[in-house]
Design a protein around this ligand. Sequence first.
Ligand code: NG6
Ligand code: CA
Length: 508
Amino acid sequence: MNLKSTFLLSLGIGLMTVLVSCSSGTEGDAKEQPSKPNIVIIYMDDLGYGDMGAYGATEINTPTMDRLANGGVRFTNGYASSATCTPSRYALLTGTYPWRNKNAHILPGTAPLIIDTAQLTLPKLLREQGYYTGIVGKWHLGLGDGTTNWNEHISPGPNEVGFDYSYILAATQDRVPTVYIHNGDVDGLDPNDPIEVDYSSNFEGEPTGLDNPELLTMKWHHGHNNSIVNGIPRIGFMKGGASAKWSDVDMADHFLKKAQDYVKTHKEEPFFLYYALQQPHVPRTPHPRFVGSSGMGPRGDVIVEADWVLGEFIKTLEEEGLLENTLIVFSSDNGPVLNDGYYDNAVEMLGDHTPAGPLRGGKYSLFEAGTRVPFFTYWKGTIQPGVSDALVSQIDLMTSLGRLAGSTKKGEDSEDFLHVFLGKSDQGRDELILEATSRLAIRKGDYVMIPPHKGAAKIETVNIEIGNDPHVQLYDLKSDIGQQQNLAEQHPDLVSEMIQDFERITGK
Ligand code: NG6
Ligand code: CA
């Protein structure tokens, strides 16, 4: 029996279980396994294609990520929609190319919600199929209408676009407000110490990274010189809310506990959990027990920390008897960066580690390392271990996971590749638009075509080549994964074909 029929059979048995338990109505029957598999997306922040052992890293230990990647389908051509966070998360949750929404770019902590509350989303689609839906971790898709009062209920947010439960940080770990938000309310807020947030000017008398270097435990390199929280200078200004401020070094443990509690609370129903970890985005603040664990400084240490977190989370699924009934999708929102604005020795202590693996560029880049990321699916007992070279994108998860849950709906640009994600087919996408800070390129088959883009070829502060060139670029990724040889002049017909495809899809 092939995997597909096994799966359909088990779905059938599951449905029968439901029918039997409904008709008999006994307590024992009600405790049967739910008929639909749970779905968990583990989403890393800035983890590079070469940042884990299963993708070739030899200098850093990621045993849990590797065990799952090697025990599931490990995609070698798996993409985030974009080379930065907000647009990739937008695409993941809406199944829509982020460049269709002019607001889908890196957002400040005060930005309004950029997902239309009427829009179909991945959590809505799963909820329609009987799933309980939750998010734990980084949001970064805006909150409220742009005039948010952080001392009142904050809406719209994740709970208005399909999540039954949300426990989030609003934007990024380096942006204010540095507080957790639980179902729209700042967690632990003292009403006598209200929070104020502003991205244009400071609050009188409040120290900043720029003016008060003596208060800093981490120094800023570029940007990141506004309000100081826990000795770390941030982007944006904030005042008040002392009791609600998060502890950076405890963030991993804190989110883990929320994710574990979520699973334990909702184990009797099919659940969806979008678990968006903050590592290894800046500021990199490993818990003290991980400091020094990688020998690579904080960037390596927080990757080791994240791997431990994943291990603990998997243990919870196992202990609750859910691992064989849970599909896990693991990926990252964009590629790696070393110096993203703080002096944290990421460059100096890198040694022989290559965060981007063999790829060119990094975060912010139209070259491969911007958007090609670790991407694997794991489902104990159902997915056969293997490596897939199929072209897959996070944008297709919405429709594909919807199919798994029983939905026939689709996201605007999101296609059904469930069989590819389950390792039963190698037929991925034919073509995919890639985005990096509002610039676009097209991948088709083994080739990527980057249209001419004005502007500097490199962002000097982060030391990353971002793919700009006044000439069209064409690379054969099969023979030249490091994008060293521009073949545009050799293949003019292919270039014009890909330009046509590009214009057809993007309208640009
Ligand atoms: C940039 C920040 C960078 C990071 C990024 C967002 C500066 C100079 N740089 O603007 O540190 O926060 O935004 O990263 O402020 S992302 O992964 O959420 O897209
Ligand atoms: Ca990111």
